[in-house]
Design a protein around this ligand. Structure first.
Ligand SMILES: [Zn+2]
Ligand SMILES: [Zn+2]
Length: 331
């Protein structure tokens, strides 16, 4: 009996390993559709969302003009990809905006899948230099710098630099330096006639008026007494005002504005801009619990600016062309 069991296990294991080898390690490339699609694998940001997964911290995937890039795969990214039946082996690139856990925590698992179980040299890893070198928040192995046995794969690694565009297939990604507590980059992506911006985590409002005079945005407390915004990060406004579609990491409506754009700041940025469609994401836990404030945040931005604004939800997929046509914009 033990011999029979041994034989059964040997044969089944051997067969399963063979199947998995051809499915994951020596597989075929997939053609990415030419359209414009965004998938929100997760929409959470900051510590409470990271450790409660409310909302999930898994970033988003852009599938544009035949190129597929995973942006800010936080903790849970591979689980979300599995739940959403998304093939990580189809990725062309992984973009890590900065070295905070909610943005890089899932990157290594995603890179392993992109590089077909680290058997293949394929895809790009784009990240700031401290994520790659000083802090090595993505391991040397996952940067393709070390190999073990058959695991000789890995991505081509590109260190993000301001105004140094990166071309992947027919898409150009321009890194945009953000204002955060660590080195951080958003981007402006030129993809077949459509321009897509991503703010990542950045401060925006620097001074505002109150009934008691002008105040500087500081790290303490929510902004309750704002009458008008009087000073902002001009370069952030100018850069992102020119895009067609903007993905904004708002975090909250009026708290932590010293590091995040907030919906108060975003409404200012979108005024007199060329933006036609805006997604809110990177929600702090307080936007969801105890009350779901996300629809109201989107309504506030849209009411103030007239720009079509959509609150992202975990698992939501959007066809950008369809949404743009819905707001009367021809691409
Ligand atoms: Zn964040
Ligand atoms: Zn951050």
């Amino acid at each position: 009996m033990p011999e029979n069991l041994d034989r059964l296990l040997r044969e089944n294991t051997s067969q399963a390993v063979k199947e998995h080898f051809w499915r994951y390690r020596k597989r075929d490339e997939i053609t990415i559709p030419k359209g414009y699609r965004i998938r929100f694998m997760g929409t959470g940001g900051n510590p409470e969302a990271t450790f409660t997964q409310t909302p999930r911290t898994a970033g988003f995937v852009l599938e544009v003009a035949g190129m597929c890039m995973y942006v800010d795969p936080g903790p849970g990214a591979v689980v979300r990809a599995h739940e959403m039946d998304f093939d990580l082996g189809s990725l062309d690139a992984v973009f890590v905006s900065h070295g905070h856990l909610d943005h890089y925590g899932g990157a290594e698992g995603v890179v392993e899948a992109m590089c077909w179980a680290m058997y293949t040299r394929r895809g790009y890893l784009l990240a700031p230099s401290n994520v790659l070198e000083a802090e090595q928040l993505v391991s040397q192995y996952h940067q393709g710098a070390l190999s073990y046995g058959g695991y000789k794969g890995g991505p081509e690694v590109i260190s993000l630099q301001q105004h140094k565009p990166i071309k992947i297939k027919n898409v150009v990604i321009n890194p945009v330096l953000a204002y955060h507590s660590v080195m951080n980059f958003g981007f402006v992506m030129e993809a077949g006639g459509l321009t897509i911006g991503y703010t990542s985590d950045t401060s925006y409002i620097s001074k505002y008026s109150t009934p008691d005079g002008i105040k500087k945005v500081g790290p303490t407390g929510p902004i309750m007494d704002l009458v008008d915004i009087v000073e902002v990060r001009r370069d952030i406004k100018e850069t992102f005002s020119k895009v067609d579609v903007l993905v904004a990491n708002v975090t909250t409506h009026n708290v932590w504005a010293h590091r995040h754009i907030t919906t108060l700041g975003l409404a200012h940025l979108l005024q007199d801009s060329k933006v036609k469609l805006c997604f809110l994401t990177h929600f702090n836990h307080s936007c969801v619990k105890p009350t779901d404030l996300r629809p109201l945040m989107a309504k506030y931005v849209e009411d103030v600016t007239g720009v079509k604004t959509v609150s992202a939800y975990d698992g939501a997929e959007h066809d950008l062309e369809a949404l743009l046509l819905g707001v009367g914009v021809k691409k």
